[in-house]
Design a binder for this molecule. Structure first.
Ligand SMILES: [Zn+2]
Length: 258
């Protein structure tokens, strides 16, 4: 990966030098060399999408931690100034809750009550991560939402879902993918996901999907957090299902055990 890579910024659409954005943030310990694999390479070699089968597979070495070079320096620094702290604060709290809950082996998820999380900033950080990890130019309609911290107009086509990931040391992301939902006829879902310990997210594009999102499949919907005023820290309680990502696409653990 070249340090001077240029291209179209996935957030503002400008053509120029792209900077390296850590996902998850560097302040969360994501600064050490890691290997990442492409699911397609694993499937070709081993006939499975199970991410545990990584022997003999070509990998990409991220020397500085996992990250993407898809947004410009100006956008990256705006995100860093406004949203990263809200995200890391919330995630470290969630990680602690998850550690406590791990003793409860029968549980299929975690109940979270929070009151000191600036939810709009948190949501904006998550949406910006999806801009970085999805195909170039596909989320330029989030530009105003992301580059004006007080803007609350996340385009209506997006629905955001959150889930808990109990497996430490994991990171999986996808660009936009289309799922065929067989049990519902020829319905399709267009979505992207990012999953890392302790939480992950599905972003659902309702406009290009022919099925309504099924929250038992994608987690707890948090789209309405994007409507909260800047700086507000409302009380909220949510139930996050545990999802496993051992088969590369996050699925609820209870459903997986059927
Ligand atoms: Zn930009």
């Amino acid at each position: 990966m070249s340090a001077n890579r240029t291209g179209i910024c996935h957030i503002c659409g400008d053509d120029g030098p792209l900077s390296y954005e850590h996902i998850p943030p560097r302040s969360m310990g994501n600064s050490k060399p890691v290997k990442s694999y492409r699911v397609a390479d694993i499937a070709k070699k081993h006939g499975t999408t199970n991410v545990q089968f990584t022997s003999d597979i070509h990998y990409h070495q991220h020397q500085r931690g996992v990250g993407f070079q898809t947004i410009c320096r100006k956008c990256n620094s705006y995100l860093g100034r406004h949203y990263v702290k809200a995200y890391t604060g919330c995630i470290s709290e969630l990680g602690a809750l998850l550690q406590e809950a791990k003793n409860d082996k029968d549980g299929n998820g975690i109940h979270l009550e929070a009151h000191n999380i600036p939810v709009l900033a948190f949501t904006k950080h998550v949406i910006s991560n999806f801009c970085s990890t999805t195909q170039p130019g596909t989320m330029l309609d989030c530009r105003d939402f992301l580059l004006d911290c007080e803007n609350r107009n996340l385009p209506d086509r997006y629905r955001l879902f959150m889930f808990a990931v109990p497996e430490n040391g994991t990171f999986v992301s996808s660009g936009w993918i289309q799922l065929l939902l067989n049990e519902e006829g020829l319905k399709t879902a267009n979505l992207a996901f990012i999953a890392t310990y302790p939480v992950g997210f599905y972003l659902y594009d309702a406009e290009s999907s022919s099925a309504e999102p099924d929250s038992s499949r994608y987690g707890c919907e948090i789209t309405s957090m994007a409507k909260q005023p800047w700086g507000a820290e409302p009380n909220f309680s949510i139930d996050l299902p545990y999802m496993t990502i051992s088969n590369s696409i996050p699925v609820p653990i209870s459903q997986n055990l059927k």
